[in-house]
Design a protein around this ligand. Structure first.
Ligand code: SF4
Length: 214
């Protein structure tokens, strides 16, 4: 059974997994978390509630079903915007191929797919195919929380404050709207190269403080 979520602050529905357990790219080679994942919003607050966890745990098994892709395609019949992975990541190549199938069959829907799986070479082909679709933005996330950039056509990074934004970054202004996107659709916009998300939350503030203190 397809289980989508709809965060009140987002303009669309989302299909998500549990953070960290489905985020192999959240770890450094020594097993420690990368900076951006140390303060991950999806491991705190509401995300700890059973009713929020349950669909994410369900989805981790559900995508393996034979009919999952066709069920997703039917589910998105009327959606114009969709966000993959409000939490979690495209951790399995078979899942990535099914997402590609869904995106190809739903050209009426704009898909935003944030991911760190670009770190793994075996995902290159499917990510390239996803990126070639006019209705998909694969937004590759940087591990930095201080505005560090990564290569790629569509990327994102975290900045400590809006004053840390540099030329070419589009700053997410959700903080001006109580965390809501409002009419902004920059994350879905292929012409937007880099989105900079100002850090929010106590955990992220702690991570940034530790880095800045050195
Ligand atoms: S940049 Fe725009 S679309 Fe992306 S999260 Fe922020 S407000 Fe929403």
């Amino acid at each position: 059974m397809i289980k989508l979520s709809k965060a009140s602050k987002m303009p669309c529905r989302s299909w998500s997994l549990e953070a960290l357990t489905t985020c192999p790219a959240s770890k450094n080679k020594d097993g420690s978390l990368v900076d951006a994942c140390k303060g991950c919003y999806a491991t705190t607050g509401n995300y700890r509630f059973p009713n929020v966890k349950a669909p994410r745990v369900h989805n981790q098994e559900d995508w393996k079903r034979k009919d999952w892709a066709s069920d997703m395609i039917a589910e998105l019949d009327n959606d114009r915007y969709f966000r993959w992975f409000d939490s979690g990541d495209m951790y399995d190549l078979r899942l990535a191929k099914k997402i590609l199938e869904v995106a190809k069959a739903t050209p009426h829907c704009n898909h935003w797919l944030p991911t760190r799986m670009h770190k793994f070479a075996k995902f290159s082909k499917v990510i390239n195919e996803l990126e070639s679709l006019p209705n998909v933005v694969v937004r590759k996330s940087s591990d930095s929380v201080t505005g560090g950039l990564i290569k790629g056509t569509n990327t994102s990074t975290i900045i400590p404050t809006i004053d840390n934004a540099t030329k070419g970054m589009v700053v997410c202004k959700a903080y001006e709207r109580d965390g809501k996107c409002g009419t902004c659709r920059s994350c879905w916009d292929k012409s937007v190269s880099v989105i900079a998300y100002p850090a929010h939350g106590k955990s992220m503030a702690k991570v940034i403080k530790m880095i800045q203190v050195g």
